[in-house]
Design a protein around this ligand. Structure first.
Ligand code: C2E
Ligand code: MG
Ligand code: MG
Length: 682
């Protein structure tokens, strides 16, 4: 996957989930804070109203004292007159200017260590009672110095039988004494009045009630936001699944494999493990679809996906790549590379064997190409270094190349990628990239290999063989590029090129009045499948105008196994135009004598293989002798190829072989050299 695609995908994934989650969390936290602040505010408000009420009562005491003192009484006299009121239960505590107690009632007193100034509408000074239990740290705000469980326990205590709800609510559950400072006109004294702050059930119920209301109001948006967050997560998950879904198999797709495999391989814990990237290929899938329908084809791929799903283990992955190709990342156990390869081969073979059984009534076969990934050893041997820059697509391409390199066949094949293979691939790439330009620049040169009569050693013909003289690679032999040209179809253009060049040479030699021999040109088997080939060749030759009998066309024996009717027709037409036709490489492959019966050729070229190796028991000679006899009986001339020894020449001469082509007489040579040779030998 390209890095741009990958980045876009990751961004998309990240963007989707996080904003919703963050918004939800922020909202919930804000709600909790808001409810807490709100409840505190309510509690303080309730407490504040109680304190204000106490202050008013306190103020009445100080007002009475002020009035008594205004009437001309001393402070002691005024206080003594207040005894009646004080006897009602209000404890007083008075300090003079030097902070000495001058008057007190009751058995407790203010604890000036714990004094608090606070504001509820106006400023108050409150002092803790020395017999009460709250502490400075907790402050006056926690006059409710009772554990929360206790408060709630008391709030929800069921009332006595016969108690009304109003009575139940009015019941005091917490009562706490404290002293409030009252202001006297005579500033020489500080007056403190003892009050009891009481919390009733109804106060707690109010707080709870407002708390519930606040929660209900906030719960609705929280729930809505929660639903929205869950929905966006689910949507995100579905989207991810969709991103990773293969539309054909219903399993994981290449994106999943690609990202997953790179993740597995670059993890630290996987660096000591060996892996294999596999290209698993179902042969002739298109043919399967054409015969049984696309739906059946897709069902087969789906079944393959299901099969692989149960065969891969932890840290292994697979996915369909395209067509009927699957990529796999497999673990490989073993002490060394050979052992790992062998284990991997065994596992793949058994997988392939099982896969062929997926459709027992239909014949399907599979091939696999494998790229091994050895355990990783960092250059500096640091334990924390893992594999990096893993390019799964490249590794998969290698596996694919390995699979393709071994060609097509019925049996299940497992091939491992090696660097020789890569060299071949690079070479093929180079050939394909440069062949067009090479043809335009006339880098292909005609070499000629003479054919001699074994009887008088005179040159009686020649074969045109191509050589690629590349400015970069030098002289390139045909075996290095002809198979690539055949595969790409470029061979037909090369054949045309050779026919034209040979026709041109023959025409020039005719005009120059030089000695001449017929020259044969190889015509590829792919070319012979074309209709109208004879006419096409005729036009190429006639463009230069040499006599047709000076041109011979060689077709390999294997071409006779293609469309025989077209071949027979083309050969007939070529001969009708006056060209000679020969069967090249006879005996090199699976010979069919039948082909000799059906195809009216002029020359039979016995393949060099007949003359290679030892022939101690003379069986090879018997075959050659009979082949020559057969050709003569069918009115064909015989050329023996690849002749390197004098004994071979003598033997062939004795058997009536018409021509000999081989290194014994001459190797293929450039035109100029050939022109000299033909003057001497023809
Ligand atoms: P071929 O047509 O059978 O050509 C004969 C091959 O045998 C030539 O190889 C030639 O150099 C080689 N040869 C000849 N005498 C001897 C010998 O005594 N010993 C040995 N060891 N080899 C000998 P070359 O030139 O490498 O060509 C190989 C093949 O490439 C040809 O086999 C032909 O099939 C193909 N080819 C060459 N040029 C062309 C062309 O222009 N067009 C097409 N379509 N194919 C060509
Ligand atoms: Mg040939
Ligand atoms: Mg040959």
């Amino acid at each position: 996957m390209s890095s741009v695609k990958e980045k876009t995908f990751r961004k998309l994934k990240r963007k989707r989930i996080w904003p919703s989650i963050v918004v939800f969390v922020v909202f919930v936290v804000s709600c909790i804070l808001a409810v807490t602040v709100f409840l505190q505010f309510i509690a303080l408000y309730i407490m504040g109203t109680k304190v204000v009420h106490h202050y008013e009562e306190t103020q009445r005491v100080s007002d009475a004292l002020d009035q008594l003192m205004a009437g001309g009484r001393t402070f002691s006299e005024a206080v003594n007159e207040m005894q009646q009121y004080i006897a009602d239960g209000r404890d007083l505590y008075v300090l003079d200017q030097n902070q000495n107690m001058v008057f007190r009632t009751g058995d407790s007193e203010p604890d000036f260590e714990m004094m608090l100034e606070f504001q509820v509408g106006r400023e108050f000074v409150a002092v803790a009672d020395n017999k009460s239990s709250f502490t400075r740290e907790q402050g006056l705000g926690t006059v409710l110095n009772v554990p929360v469980e206790d408060v709630f326990g008391r709030v929800f205590e069921s009332g006595e039988d016969g108690e009304t709800l109003a009575q139940w609510l009015d019941e005091t559950i917490i009562c706490q004494a404290y002293w409030l400072q009252a202001s006297l006109k005579d500033e020489a004294y500080d007056l403190y009045v003892k009050c009891d702050i009481q919390f009733k059930r109804q106060d707690i119920v109010y707080v709870c009630f407002f708390g519930v209301i606040a929660l209900v109001f906030l719960l609705i948006p929280v729930i809505l936001l929660f639903i929205n967050t869950i929905r966006s997560i689910v949507t995100q998950q579905k989207m991810t699944q969709l991103f990773y879904l293969d539309a054909v198999t219903g399993g994981r797709n290449w994106l999943y494999f690609h990202t997953g495999a790179e993740r597995v391989l670059t993890r630290l814990y996987s660096k000591k493990k060996a892996y294999a990237v596999v290209n698993l290929h179902l042969e002739r899938y298109q043919n399967y679809c054409a015969c049984y329908g696309v739906k059946a084809g897709e069902e087969l791929l789906e079944a393959m996906d299901g099969f692989l799903r149960v065969r891969v283990v932890k840290d292994e992955l697979y996915a369909r790549h395209e067509g009927a190709d699957f990529g796999m990342l497999l673990r490989c156990e073993g002490e060394n590379e050979e052992e790992r390869q062998e284990n991997c081969r065994k596992r793949m073979r058994s997988l392939l064997a099982e896969l062929t059984g997926l459709k027992p009534e239909k014949k399907i076969h599979f091939h696999a190409g494998i790229t091994m990934i050895p355990p990783y050893v960092a250059e500096d041997d640091k334990w924390y270094r893992a594999r990096k820059n893993v390019d799964i697509n490249q590794l998969y391409t290698y596996a694919n190349a390995a699979r393709i390199a071994t060609g097509y066949g019925e049996e299940q094949r497992v091939t491992f990628f090696d660097h020789e293979m890569l060299g071949r691939q690079l070479w093929e790439r180079w050939v394909e990239d440069t062949m067009e330009a090479a043809l335009r620049n006339e880098e292909f040169q005609v070499y000629l290999q003479p054919k001699y009569s074994p009887v008088n050693a005179k040159m009686v013909g020649a074969e045109a063989l191509v050589r690629w003289v590349s400015p970069k690679e030098g002289l390139i032999a045909p075996c290095r590029f002809i198979p690539i040209f055949e595969e790409t179809g470029f061979i037909t253009r090369l054949d045309d090129y050779m026919i034209s060049h040979v026709a041109k040479l023959q025409a020039e030699w005719t005009i120059q009045g030089k000695k001449m021999v017929p020259v044969s040109i190889n015509v590829s088997r792919a070319h012979f499948a074309q209709e109208g080939l004879a006419e096409h060749i005729c036009q190429l030759v006639d463009a230069y105008g040499p006599k047709h009998e000076l041109i011979e066309l060689e077709v390999t024996e294997s071409a006779f196994f293609d469309d025989k009717d077209i071949l027979v027709e083309t050969v007939r037409q070529l001969r009708a135009y006056g060209f000679h036709v020969s069967m090249d490489d006879f005996g090199a492959g699976y010979s069919s004598l039948n082909s000799l019966k059906d195809i009216p050729i002029d020359v039979l070229k016995l393949d060099g293989e007949f003359f290679r190796g030892d022939d101690d028991d003379g069986r090879g000679q018997i075959v050659v002798k009979e082949a020559i006899q057969l050709a003569r009986n069918l009115n064909m001339r015989v050329v023996a190829e690849g002749i390197e020894k004098k004994e071979q020449v003598d033997f062939l001469a004795g058997q009536g072989c018409d021509m000999i082509q081989g290194f014994y007489f001459a190797k293929p040579m450039p035109v100029a050299e050939f022109e000299e040779k033909v003057e001497k030998d023809a």
